[in-house]
Ligand binder design. Structure first.
Ligand code: NAD
Length: 319
């Protein structure tokens, strides 16, 4: 029996990212029901068994099982972590086309189930895959969210906290743009408590400087690649980031998170999914926070948007 206030998530894609998310959901007691769907049904069943065996140690009463797309009918959130891996020598565009086919086989059946909730996408390239989800679902954009630069922003705050010897929770700075090479940090909008990092640098007598902070932003940009070189793929961080977004939705928190959302004139951009600070709550993206970027930062943001628009345009999908 499902009570009206119970929180149901359907997770599509029970690979490393999907199951890191599921494990974090269980440990943080974020939802009441979790249904696992994968093209490899046996894998989803095995994962459900494994998680259920940990339930007794978790203090959670989550119902966990493997299921079907029909289970999306009364779900609050459908999280997509399904995807195919890049083949040796395969172009990014070819990979994107194969992942588009994967999403066609997922989004159609989810919508046909009668699903009325929120899509949350993690599959890479996440901004484009989220845009594709919007196209295929016909949903309003506030209910189709990508993980965007949420993880990159968390990495940045951790590194800046370390640099300034301040708790990362008191560092307010965002990574904006594509979740990828063209992402950037608008330093003009970065604060420690309510003090601008630019002022801190200026007053520090050379102890802190923008060049060093740029190195940190480079570290954030290269973090995924470094982890992949060391252990083949990344999954715990993104699993936690997805859990944070899920918590913001269920708790109607109106938390500001840098998720991927559709811009309709904000920052002078339209028709593009990209990572920007957004107010996230029960209905998805409630509001886009428009920061006052410098001309140079606006230029970086526009280039990132152009790149994403071009990539999506190459797929020949409408809307
Ligand atoms: P994985 O190979 O471990 O898992 C992918 C899963 O998708 C597999 O279980 C596979 O069976 C399933 N799948 C494939 N086609 C399917 C279909 N048509 N229907 C249903 N399920 C299908 O991969 P992973 O390491 O878990 O990564 C998943 C995605 O997450 C990748 O695209 C990866 O690049 C991305 N990722 C995103 C971020 C981010 O910050 N957004 C971070 C890390 C990874």
């Amino acid at each position: 029996m499902r009570y009206d206030d119970s929180r149901k998530v359907v997770l599509v894609g029970t690979g490393l990212v999907g199951m890191s998310y599921a494990y974090a959901l269980l440990n943080q007691n974020v939802c009441d029901e979790l249904v696992l769907v994968d093209i490899d049904k046996k894998r989803a069943e095995g994962e459900a068994m494994d998680l259920n065996h940990g339930l007794a140690f978790s203090g959670s009463h989550m119902k966990i099982r493997a299921g079907e797309y029909a289970d999306c009918k009364d779900a609050d959130i459908v999280v997509i972590c399904a995807g195919v891996a890049q083949k040796p020598g395969e172009s990014r565009l070819n990979l994107l086309q194969r992942n588009t086919a994967v999403f066609r086989s997922i989004v159609g059946p989810v919508v046909e189930s009668g699903f009325k909730g929120i899509f949350l996408v993690a599959t890479n390239p996440v901004d484009v895959m989220t845009r594709i989800t919007l196209s295929l679902s016909g949903f309003e954009s506030r209910r189709v969210i990508g993980s965007g630069t949420a993880l990159d922003t968390a990495r940045l705050r951790y590194l800046l906290g370390d640099y300034f010897s301040v708790d990362p929770r008191n560092v307010h700075a965002y990574v904006m743009g594509e979740h990828g090479d063209s992402e950037f940090v608008p330093w003009s909008q970065a604060m420690v408590a309510t003090k601008s990092v630019m002022d801190i640098c200026e007053e520090s007598g050379g102890r802190y400087c923008v060049e060093e902070m740029e190195k940190l932003s480079g570290e954030v940009r290269g973090a995924a690649q470094k982890i992949i070189e060391a252990k083949k793929s990344t999954y715990y961080g993104i699993g936690m980031a997805l859990t944070r977004i899920t918590r913001a939705i269920f708790g109607n928190e109106s938390s500001v998170l840098t998720v991927s959302t559709m811009l309709n004139g904000e920052y002078g951009q339209t028709g593009v999914y990209v990572g920007v600070p957004c107010v996230v709550g029960r209905d998805g993206v409630k509001q886009i926070v428009t920061l006052r970027l410098t001309e140079k930062e606006n230029g970086k943001f526009a280039s990132s948007c152009d790149l994403l628009r071009e990539t999506f345009g190459g797929l020949g999908l409408d809307r």
